[in-house]
Design a protein around this ligand. Sequence first.
Ligand code: UD1
Length: 365
Amino acid sequence: MRKVHLIVGARPNFMKMAPLYKEFKKYSDEFSVKLIHTGQHYDERMSKFFFDDLQLPYPDEYLEVGSGTHGKQTARIIERYEDVLLKDMPDLVIVAGDVNSTVACALDAVKLHIPVAHLEAGLRSHAKSMPEEINRIMTDVISDYLLTPSPDADENLLKEGKPKDKIYLVGNIMIDSLIQYKNKAEESKILDEIGISKKDYALITLHRPSNVDNEKGLLTILNAFEEINKDVKLIFPIHPRTRKRIEEFNLEEKVNSMKNLYLVPPAGYYDFLHLQMNAKFILTDSGGIQEESTYFGIPCLTLRPNTERPITIWEGTNQLVKLETDDIIDAAKKIIAGDVKQGKIPKFWDGKTAERIVQIFRNEN
Ligand code: UD1
């Protein structure tokens, strides 16, 4: 029996680990799986709602690290997860994505000579100013299994000198969850609650430090929303980081004065999928939403100078928009006028990624 730890910490991890957890459970005579939650995200709406929607059990270990500076948060995770590892000594640790919990737990495991698998390996924005890029690079350097979502990720890893036999193109695991819960999401009543009809709004998400942590950048974007809002209703489930910054920079009045802007709390998984699939278009700086919108075929304007997920541009409905008020307005107006980018669903975004991953580990025995 091989002991496996699956690490989750922040909101985008939950929908990536849920399918893997369920797949491993099918082989409970071969694997014993534990779900470890670092507690990087702890608000009900950032964590528990997702456990409920994704039908995940209460984690086997909950480390309660909470928020903090990067150094403090990462250090707390390292310290607390090491204790768990020393007690449990699993045979494999699987981490996902690019959050602080990812790199911290990978580092703990590798120092204790426990093999690490990185789910969503090889993605690169090539912008080291983003904390996530550092987390991705570091995690890939120390991982034994590099599980990639798309061929561009394989190429990045090969260019960095990673051995070919460590790289496994498994596909996009987030899409496994999306496919599993699409029907549930269709039934969500969130639009009725907000009081808006399908296709009668654009959906906004915004939380990157580079966009929200400085007043000038945040204003550039809010000014664009103000203008776009004259033509289309906007639904904005607001991330705690962004809410905090709007308060800090005294921008509440500006936000509240936009008549057709519907500011709502962070949505649960089904509700958020519902908001995506029925949007006219999406304005975001998230990583995962670029992918989910590509799957749904909904136009997505990514408010960033780069993306670690270029396949969503090459094959999907995503496009990058320069962080200038006028550029954002122009891109939105084009879509409102009917000039919409068409896309297709990339290979291996088929709901079978968890299956492919578990087979890799089964075949080792
Ligand atoms: C983290 C990830 C980011 C991911 C995002 C998804 C890192 C470096 N960043 O960013 O890649 O896209 O999660 O949401 O790991 N807060 C709450 N409640 C919570 C969690 C956070 O109020 O449950 C507030 C706190 O004020 C905290 C701030 O949000 O200081 C930022 O949280 P943090 O975990 O540091 O990073 P995120 O911005 O959420």
